[in-house]
Design a protein. Structure first.
Length: 312
């Protein structure tokens, strides 16, 4: 039986897209045809997915807001387009408000909404593309000052690869730089409870504004890109090599690669850790430019750059 016919036993016809290009759903707009995309819009859809996994023993990939990932090999049998958007206050005390947010919720929208409530904890992430799920799984960060999304995670609801739901505490994620445990387990984040501190609206708004202004000054905006492509190096490696910064962009820049291009992909002149798709970049050319960047940095600095963007 064809995959689409199997999926129709669990999901409605309008939720299933067959032989579809993922480019419109990715911020990088890199083209790749995949077997199927299934739109997940409600908690009921997540329950249907759980039943599907239990019965069919097939594990999909996931697309949220489409940032920080590029589909190259398309090894999953199909992909989820996570459009599950829900938010509610579950409790509060004199100091904190606990907000339960679905994984498909737009991260930038959530930041704006919490600013209006005078809640602190994610204000430095204003302008962050993608979904709450992606931000938590990747443990998105801001460096001036250092602030991780994982810092405000209280608990979460997870769907494991056996099709079972479970509630976990923040400790389960084992958060670190650009990492959460879900990157290892490949489990799905369904929703998360965030612990946000009550503050003054003007104070959190100013922090958010400053972060967004800095982001716009130092990073390319209004272009097709997956985000920062490579992880920064460690403080220890920085000291060992006597470098002025841990920035991967600095290393790439020092290799003279700003403006370097292959096909429709070009290394940003504004921030060398961004690879921009000028419109029709192929995944084959993206693989080539990534390898050249890694080779040049390895040759000049002896550093093996690690990808921050997920190549699926």
């Amino acid at each position: 039986m064809k995959l689409t016919e199997i999926l129709k036993k669990y999901f409605s016809k309008d939720q299933i897209l067959s032989n579809v290009d993922v480019a419109p759903y990715l911020t990088s707009k890199v083209s790749k045809i995949v077997n199927c995309i299934v739109k997940i819009k409600t908690i009921q859809d997540w329950k249907k997915l759980a039943e599907f996994i239990k019965t069919e023993k097939l594990i999909p990939g996931i697309i949220g807001g489409g940032s920080n990932m590029v589909v190259i090999k398309a090894e999953h049998p199909f992909y989820l387009l996570n459009q599950y958007r829900d938010k509610k206050v579950v409790s509060e005390d004199k100091t904190y408000v606990y907000i339960k947010v679905s994984s498909g919720y737009n991260m930038n929208a959530l930041v704006n909404e919490t600013l209006q409530l005078g809640l602190s904890g994610i204000e430095y992430h204003l302008g962050l593309p993608g979904t709450v799920g992606g931000a938590v799984v990747m443990n998105s960060k801001w460096t001036k000052p250092l602030a991780y999304v994982g810092d405000v995670v209280e608990s979460a609801e997870i769907l494991d690869l056996d099709g079972n739901f479970k509630t976990v505490s923040a400790d389960y994620f084992n958060f670190s730089y650009d990492y959460s445990f879900l990157q290892t387990t490949k489990e799905f984040l369904v929703s998360v409870v965030l612990k946000l501190k009550k503050s003054k609206k003007d104070l959190v708004a100013q922090r958010a504004k400053s972060a967004l202004e800095y982001r716009k000054q130092t990073q390319p905006f209004g272009v097709f890109t997956a985000g920062c492509f490579f992880q920064n190096i460690s403080e220890e490696l920085k000291e060992k090599l006597n470098l002025p910064t841990t920035s991967a962009g600095y290393l790439i820049d020092q290799c003279g690669l700003k403006g370097f291009s292959i096909g429709d992909f070009v290394v940003s002149d504004k921030h060398a850790n961004f690879i921009i798709n000028r419109g029709k970049g192929s995944y084959q050319d993206l693989e080539k430019i990534i390898e050249i960047i890694k080779h040049k940095v390895k040759h000049k600095f002896g550093v093996d750059l690690k990808l921050e963007v997920k190549l699926d």
